[in-house]
Write a protein of this length. Structure first.
Length: 211
């Protein structure tokens, strides 16, 4: 199931990296008691355990641009990269082209958020988001795009035609429990189905990133 999804809450959508789908779905799951807590990443490079919806409203939790590995303790849901994937009750995995060197995120308070494609606040100066081709040495050896076990695999909608507004998240819903959440979270999440070929094209592009 391939969709473009976004938060119905305008604040969540604007503060997210690309539409706020993950934070909206986590908020729904917390409100409904589906999970008691979740593990997310926040700038300047730390992992947080959240247990209430308000904890995911700010811009600081919209980034995983620094290497921060999952906690050893279990939680209800986790937001991870392919190299970090762990089997919590629910897994939100982010497509990763590479992780930038640490120097690129030193002094960064907010990395993305503030609409689509977002802005970066570094050393008190806010500028339009610009992706860097520089990467951590370990990323040069990694050819993983995503796992097959995550409930949701999420990506930015780069190269997809159409009006993105304040952002939409490209999502591959891979599991039955993920599809059930999409069907029942209409109060928090909006989505539109798109052609599977969009996902296939994106994966082919990521598969060529180190060639």
């Amino acid at each position: 199931m391939i969709v473009l999804a976004w938060a119905k809450d305008p604040e969540l959508r604007r503060n997210g990296s690309s539409g706020g789908f993950i934070r909206a779905m986590l908020g729904f799951m917390l409100d409904e008691g589906i999970i008691a807590d979740a593990s997310v990443v926040a700038m300047p490079g730390k992992r947080l355990r959240i247990s209430e919806k308000g904890s995911i409203r700010g811009r600081s939790v919209s980034s995983v641009y620094r290497p921060v590995f999952p906690e050893a303790m279990p939680c209800g849901a986790s937001v991870v990269l392919p190299c970090e994937n762990q089997r919590t009750q629910f897994v939100f995995e982010l497509i990763c082209q590479h992780m930038p060197p640490l120097k690129c995120t030193e002094g960064v308070k907010f990395f993305r958020g503030n609409g689509w494609p977002g802005t970066t606040l570094k050393d008190g100066i806010e500028t339009p988001f610009k992706f860097t081709s520089e990467m951590l040495p370990r990323c040069k050896k990694c050819h993983r795009t995503h796992s097959l076990t995550a409930d949701f695999v999420c990506a930015d909608p780069w190269g997809i035609d159409g009006d993105m507004g304040y952002g939409k998240t490209l999502v591959n819903v891979q599991t039955e429990q993920g599809r059930h959440l999409m069907a029942t979270s209409g109060s928090a999440v909006a989505y539109e189905a798109i052609d599977d070929a969009v996902w296939t094209k994106r994966m082919a592009k990521h598969g060529e990133r180190h060639k």
